[in-house]
Design a protein around this ligand. Structure first.
Ligand code: PLP
Length: 235
């Protein structure tokens, strides 16, 4: 596909998604500009990411350390921030900590402490979200709900970490009532978490290609979208 054609397709996809995000925000009585869009890069080529970085996306999301490294080396994000959103193994910490503006997928004490140690070694403060396994699915990553308060306490005790909020991938992937129930639970847990640590939490990361409207209606302010942004745009 020619670059010109890919650009047109990406622009069209983005306009459609932004429009749907704005409608959902308005329906929820919220400001469209308060909801940020994270473009999920999963398996995409650097050249395509770089084309997209010229558009109105707020940040990029990577779920593998290897792809993050490749896209960083290729300067694919231009000046846009990048988030880590995938399962993070402790042997990959050096490739991720300090290289992304936010790690969204912190789901165990061991990982949290590993990130804190690496951040301290680099002399930086790493922003993180705690990822919850909100549907209690055996197959999914994310911390069990019962682990939330201990993880909050651990994060608050680490000078190398700044906790910004919560993230989840619920079992349902559409805009239906089941999704909304899970997203609403996450909103409640975010309120409880902020109360528990007596600090404001400003990021609630929920919603993907087929569920972001439900997420926005229930209070998400960061949506992670892959497929429907890149649909039809190869290079
Ligand atoms: C792939 C992925 C997304 C995006 O999903 P799409 O259905 O492609 O929009 C969002 N969040 C995470 C953690 C992902 O791995």
């Amino acid at each position: 596909m020619e670059e010109r054609e890919a650009l047109r397709q990406l622009g069209d996809n983005l306009a459609r998604i932004r429009d749907r995000m704005a409608r959902a925000a308005q329906q929820a009585g919220r400001e469209p500009r308060d909801i940020r869009l994270c473009a999920v890069c999963k398996g995409r080529e650097s050249a395509l990411i770089r084309l997209f970085a010229g558009f109105d996306v707020d940040c990029f999301g990577e779920n593998r350390a290897q792809e993050l490294a490749r896209h960083l080396a290729d300067e694919a994000y231009l000046s846009k921030p990048c988030h880590f959103i995938g399962h993070l193994q402790t042997n990959k910490l050096k490739a991720v900590v300090g290289r992304v503006s936010l790690i969204q997928s912190v789901d165990s004490l061991r990982l949290l402490q590993g990130i804190a140690r690496e951040a301290a070694r680099q002399g930086i403060r790493q922003d993180i979200l705690i990822q919850l396994n909100i549907g209690d699915e055996a197959s999914k990553t994310g911390a069990p709900k019962e682990a939330l308060f201990p993880l909050l306490d651990a994060a608050a005790a680490e000078p190398g970490l700044r906790l910004r909020g919560l993230m989840a991938i619920p079992p349902s992937f559409d805009n239906g009532p089941e999704s909304r129930r899970y997203f609403a639970q996450m909103y409640d847990l975010q309120q409880q978490a902020a109360e528990h640590i007596d600090m404001p939490l400003d990021i609630l990361s929920l919603g993907m290609s087929d569920s972001f409207e439900a997420a926005i209606l229930e209070g998400a302010n960061l949506v992670r979208i892959g497929r429907s942004l890149f649909e039809g745009a190869g290079l």
